[in-house]
Design a binder for this molecule. Structure first.
Ligand code: ARG
Ligand code: GLU
Length: 717
């Protein structure tokens, strides 16, 4: 590196350093040896690439799982104990909760194996191995092939790979494109299906600060929960059975009590979901000026409606808490993302890169023939695409995501030709869904949401894209939206449990089709028709055009910036990211320390606010400073810390690992000022937020009294 730099002029040197921004990147475990391990070791990592990923020996990758559908988890004992976030186990914790046994509010701790609770549908998935299958996936594909032919060939090749590698369905095979399909990697997975709840803290610890503190630093959330994997007596996956035994992992993480200092090496190992680092200036502009503002605006209206009703009634607060959190999470993220992109001047930075790329092309004739038109085409496609994207944002955010519309969608199954047996099966499943739906449904809130969302859609989207059912608003109700919504709610069977019960009672093969005349079902069907008939084709064809262009563009960039190592965008495959524990300046004149302590929890303590109502026992432990061996050297109880690891959604529950490969933290969030890292990373501002593992152990041991769990673990003092 040093020798190379000497050959550059001063301006080239500045240019080069701006390309290799430290700490940015989500790296492929298989390629660490080639690209990263030297750099990692230079930054303090003491182990080898084989310790992280290997197919020849037990290694860290064997201690990491996909938890459920969108989180990460890690093994922390030789008895299959899995650690993940509270918000990742939230659905399970909630499903076991009743008024009498309110585990959400009071926490849950199994004091022995027999008290652990099974969770139908919950799985954890191990990565057995990964492989670069670019050649096999692209076999027979020619550069001149159009996207349709290319896709068809690749699909065939992937089917072949799946057949060859699944070992008779023992493994699931997933082949994914990297760098927009310039490369393909195969992932061989094994899934365990008996995963039981072991422990979860009070929500006022696990979700401390709620949506107010979400995406924020300084943070004091104890966002963790514990599960255990069970296997058959041969340690293989099995459906739930009382005969199953705790899974024996190939590897689990030792836990360090040493704590973290500013500058310490940290690494996060997990399943980041989606990033878009290589978007062009046109795309970033569209996101900042159109997509994000529209989506933020729509969600804000929903949140205000829900909040008003939740504040007025405890029952509604409980019914809508999870829905509210779901809407609020990305609403807040997009606000942060837009601010961050603006502060970074992201569009201009992208334009500058594009300009440099274009100028370089002008000096390279053969490159210019391949890549010369790429940027012009991007400009054209994004110009045409923006209104379609906007309509898509409105239909998906305002209409298709209404809980009532989603619920109505379940009834599509009744619209086909059915036998008696099929009807019984479908109606049983619908009854189950209805029960769950109405438990968390409040008609007046729903009505307000439906009215507001139809209004914003009508006001913002051209009539060409209005669902057929909207015509009635003018024809029958003289434009009075409220009257129309009254009519919907009075005449639909989908808005009340009683009406629906009546429908199920009289249900026959013949009467099933009556659902097609239900006014709420009709709206649902008309919305889907708009989506399928008027949007889907345009969306798909744009996607495919953009995909081709990005595949060329990123190749061009790789030619242009020969010295830069390009990491692939996150695509929910296993990645490593590394950085260091670090503080930051969020704004002019403001400084944020790299850690928080229990003192901050007491400062925020407020019994009047649900999200800040600290459990009495925690107050007492704080008063006595009863932290045992979990205290920091400074005597305080450290709660969370931040570092410069490049993470995203899906990294929730990922282990944060120190230079010796020991667990020091549990990743659960990012800072607000850094949420634009999904599009553009800034080492000065981007921080991942983790629970200090010592606070986690303190809660298990001192607060919950579940010390038998601590004994299972390998704790390094
Ligand atoms: N912001 C974190 C992550 O994206 C935590 C989300 C937990 N949900 C919440 N609304 N508080 O997913
Ligand atoms: N809370 C996020 C998750 O569920 C992680 C935060 C982020 O986006 O980095 O994965």
């Amino acid at each position: 590196m040093l020798i190379k730099i000497k050959l550059f002029t001063i301006s080239a040197l500045i240019f080069l350093t701006s390309l290799v921004r430290s700490d940015e990147g989500m790296w492929i475990p298989l390629l660490l040896k080639k690209y990263n391990i030297e750099d990692m070791q230079k930054k303090g990592f003491k182990l080898s690439a084989e310790d992280i990923y290997s197919v020849n020996q037990a290694c860290m990758k064997d201690a990491i799982v996909i938890f459920g559908r969108g989180c990460t988890g890690e093994l922390i004992s030789d008895k299959g104990l899995v650690l993940t976030n509270h918000h990742c186990g939230y659905g399970q914790i909630q499903s076991h909760s009743t008024i009498e046994k309110d585990y959400l509010t009071n926490g849950f701790w199994a004091m022995n194996n027999s008290e652990e609770l099974s969770n139908p549908g919950l799985t954890v998935t191990f990565l057995i191995r990964m492989e670069d299958v670019t050649e096999k996936a692209l076999e027979g594909v020619k550069v001149s092939d159009d996207e349709v032919r290319r896709e068809r060939l690749i699909k065939q090749n992937i089917t072949k790979l799946e057949e060859e590698n699944s070992e008779g369905k023992k493994y699931e095979i997933s082949v994914k494109p990297f760098y927009y399909g310039n490369e393909y990697y195969m992932f061989v997975y094994q899934t365990y299906k008996d995963v039981r709840l072991v422990g979860a803290p009070h929500s006022s610890i696990g979700k401390f600060g709620g949506d107010t503190d979400n995406w924020m630093w300084p943070r004091h959330t104890g966002d963790f929960s514990l599960f255990r994997i069970y296997a058959d007596k041969n340690n293989n996956p099995a459906e739930y059975s009382p005969e199953n035994v705790p899974y024996k992992p190939k590897m689990f993480f030792p836990i360090s009590l040493k704590g973290v200092k500013k500058g310490d090496f940290t690494m996060v190992f997990g399943y980041p979901g989606t990033t878009e680092q290589y978007l062009t200036s046109h795309a970033v502009k569209m996101i900042m000026e159109d997509s994000n503002p529209h989506k933020i605006n729509i969600r804000k209206i929903k949140l205000d409606i829900m909040k008003a009703d939740m504040d007025a009634s405890d029952a509604v607060r409980i019914q809508y808490s999870s829905k509210y959190a779901g809407v609020a999470n990305y609403w807040k993220k997009w606000i942060g993302e837009n601010k961050g992109l603006k502060k970074l001047d992201a569009v201009r930075k992208k334009q500058e890169l594009e300009e440099r790329f274009s100028n370089w092309l002008k000096t390279k004739r053969e490159m210019n023939t391949i890549y010369g038109n790429v940027l012009v085409n991007f400009e054209k496609i994004y110009r045409e695409f923006t209104p379609i994207q906007t309509t898509y944002d409105y239909i998906s955010e305002a209409l298709l995501s209404l809980d009532l519309i989603k619920f109505a969608g379940n009834f599509r199954e009744l619209s086909g030709e059915l036998t008696e047996d099929q009807l019984i099966e479908i109606s049983n499943s619908l009854k189950g869904k209805a029960k769950a739906f109405f438990k968390d449904y409040n008609l007046p809130t729903s009505k307000k949401l439906v009215t507001a969302m139809i209004k914003i859609y009508r006001d913002s989207v051209s009539t060409e894209y209005h669902p057929e059912a909207f015509k009635m608003i003018n024809s029958k109700f003289k434009g009075d939206l409220n009257k129309y919504v009254d009519y919907l709610f009075e005449n639909s069977i989908l808005v009340s449990n009683e009406k629906l019960d009546g429908f199920f009672e009289k249900l026959s093969v013949k009467s099933a089709k009556k659902i097609l005349e239900d006014p709420v079902y009709k709206i649902y069907a008309d919305i889907v028709n708009v989506y399928v008939d008027k949007l889907l084709f345009a969306l798909r064809s744009n996607d495919s055009k953009l995909n081709t262009l990005y595949r060329q563009y990123i190749n061009g960039l790789r030619e242009f910036q020969k010295d830069k190592i390009f990491y692939p965008d996150a695509n929910f495959t296993m990645r490593i990211t590394y950085g260091q524990v670090d503080d930051y300046y969020p704004n002019d004149g403001v400084f944020y320390e790299h850690f928080t302590t229990l003192k901050g929890i007491m400062e925020k303590d407020d019994p009047a606010i649900y999200d800040y109502d600290v459990p009495q026992k925690l107050r007492e432990l704080y008063a006595k400073k009863d932290y045992g061996r979990y205290a920091d050297a400074d005597g305080s109880m450290h709660v969370c810390f931040i570092a410069s690891n490049h993470t995203t959604g899906g990294n929730s529950g990922s282990p944060v690992i120190n230079a010796n490969g020991e667990l020091i933290g549990l990743n659960f969030d990012r800072n607000w000022e850094g949420t634009m890292s999904d599009i553009m990373y800034n080492p000065d501002q981007c921080r991942n937020i983790s629970m200090d593992v010592r606070y986690l152990l303190f809660i298990i041991d001192k607060f919950a009294g579940a010390s038998h769990l601590i004994e299972e673990m390998n704790i390094i003092e």
